[in-house]
Design a protein around this ligand. Structure first.
Ligand SMILES: [Zn+2]
Length: 239
């Protein structure tokens, strides 16, 4: 279940399935390219670091790729990386979103987790399940021990796509596309990512009820806000 909590009276979103993860909101924004907002985001980042009691917060340079890296305490730049695995307790990681689907994975037995950035391209590339499989391959995580959160993103109500994109998304979950009467269709990124995660064996999945367009008072939407430079973030730390 998702619920709102606060850091210094400013709203964050959490889930009781993975308590060592959170999503920032407009009030706790830690990533923006808008120069006027940068001091605000740096202040929030500092408050977040203190709240989490970690030494360092790391984020990658996201480019809608399917590249998965592991966060390294001594490395600050992650080129073209859209999923980051976390194994170091001294670190927190965050990835940034404004419509794309945030996927948080956590294996509480091994205390290892990850965040993936699944826009439609990342979803077609199956970055969510690929990240879980890499956690197994590189760190011996058992898939049945991994829980997943699907965070705030543009939901089916608002995500109109061309038929080509819709077809690719359907292919990614081996479902034949339902042929619509019109050329425009609505895609459900949350549902497609959920099916993908279940198809590799992840059973515990909590899906956020919020849509970045409908709930634009709390989260950022690239579509609704004409290519905003602001992002909300998925944040993960370890126990
Ligand atoms: Zn909506």
């Amino acid at each position: 279940m998702f619920y709102f909590d606060e850091i210094n009276n400013k709203k964050i979103l959490k889930s009781d399935l993975i308590e060592n993860a959170l999503f920032t909101t407009r009030e706790t924004c830690i990533k923006s390219k808008d120069e006027n907002l940068i001091p605000f985001t740096l202040q929030n980042r500092e408050e977040l670091k203190n709240y989490l009691k970690i030494q360092k917060l790391i984020y990658p340079n996201q480019t809608h790729s399917a590249n998965i890296e592991t966060a390294d305490f001594y490395k600050d730049f992650y080129k073209e990386t859209d999923a980051l695995i976390l194994t170091d307790k001294r670190l927190g990681i965050f990835l940034n979103f404004a419509d794309c689907t945030p996927i948080v994975l956590f294996d509480k037995t091994q205390n290892i987790g990850a965040i993936a950035h699944a826009g439609w391209r990342g979803t077609v590339a199956k970055i969510g399940p690929k990240t879980a499989l890499k956690m197994r391959e590189d760190y011996g995580c058992k898939i049945e021990d991994i829980s997943a959160l699907i965070g705030p993103c543009i939901s089916k109500c608002c995500f109109e796509v061309g038929f080509e994109v819709y077809e690719k998304l359907c292919e990614s979950v081996n479902t034949p596309p339902a042929y619509p009467k019109s050329e425009k269709v609505f895609a459900d990124l949350k549902e497609i990512n959920r099916i993908q995660l279940e198809q590799v064996g992840i059973k515990n999945i909590d899906i956020c009820p919020y849509c970045t367009v409908c709930d634009n008072d709390k989260f950022f939407s690239y579509r609704k806000e004409n290519g905003t430079h602001n992002r909300h973030s998925a944040v993960l730390w370890l126990n």
